[in-house]
Design a protein around this ligand. Structure first.
Ligand code: DX5
Ligand code: ZN
Length: 216
């Protein structure tokens, strides 16, 4: 079974609570929340204050994607705000092992993300310690970009390693996911699809249902 994680970045922030209500009725598996610091990526979004306030609106788990330069400095804030999964980038300025340990100390699931140009070998040694591997299918920073097809072999390799080594972690893809690219990613081995623009354009419920079907 694949899981669907709508990215709140494409929601209308002037009525975030209402948008979460609409989404919740569509049975998403996770809410994907994109945190950007204007330094690790050339865009700024939201932080723990907003996460804490929307935490009261829903019980759906929060999949918090930290696109920030020094994630280790903010793990406590994001854990306290109500994150269920905290994903940090391998390319950020931190000791990845220590940050993973820190996330787990707060009883939050730990994820590691890699950019399209970052090889799997960079993070292979931590795979047995994390709950989620996020393979970026666009360069992080903005919603609405085109899926980078060159990343597909990396998704396949990751699935191969996970299955061969019997690892228990989710393989998530993020960026440019629609019905066509979602199917490509799932066929390559992804089991969580993050989608922003695709889900919020038109009928949200139908879009989530259709996206879920690419896994069947
Ligand atoms: C990009 C973010 C994504 C983005 C996805 O940096 O990590 O989660 O919001 O949006 P779409 O689905 O529009 O590419
Ligand atoms: Zn994201």
């Amino acid at each position: 079974m694949i899981r669907i994680a709508p990215s709140l970045l494409s929601a209308d922030f002037s009525r975030l609570g209402e948008q979460i209500d609409v989404l919740e009725k569509c049975n998403p598996d996770l809410f994907h929340i994109d945190v950007m610091d204007g330094h690790f990526v050339p865009n700024i979004t939201i932080g723990p204050v907003v996460i804490r306030s929307i935490r009261n609106c829903t019980k759906i788990p929060f999949d918090v994607h930290l696109m920030i330069s020094h994630p280790n400095r903010f793990i406590k804030s994001f854990a306290d705000a109500g994150s269920d999964i905290i994903t940090v980038h391998a390319e950020a300025k931190h000791n990845l092992d220590e940050t993973i340990k820190l996330i787990k100390e707060y009883n939050v699931k730990a994820g590691v993300a890699i950019n399209p140009d970052t090889p799997l070998s960079t993070i292979e040694k931590v795979l047995n310690r994390i709950d989620l591997l996020l393979i970026m299918t666009v360069h992080p920073g903005f919603a609405g970009q085109k899926f980078i097809h060159d990343v597909v072999p990396k998704i396949k390799n990751a699935r191969n390693i996970i299955d061969t080594e019997g690892l228990k972690l989710d393989l998530e893809v993020d960026g440019g996911i629609n019905l066509k690219t979602g199917k490509i990613a799932v066929d390559a081995g992804a089991n969580i699809l993050v989608a922003g623009s695709f889900i919020f354009k038109g009928n949200v419920k139908e879009n989530i249902e259709q996206l879920r079907k690419v896994g069947k």
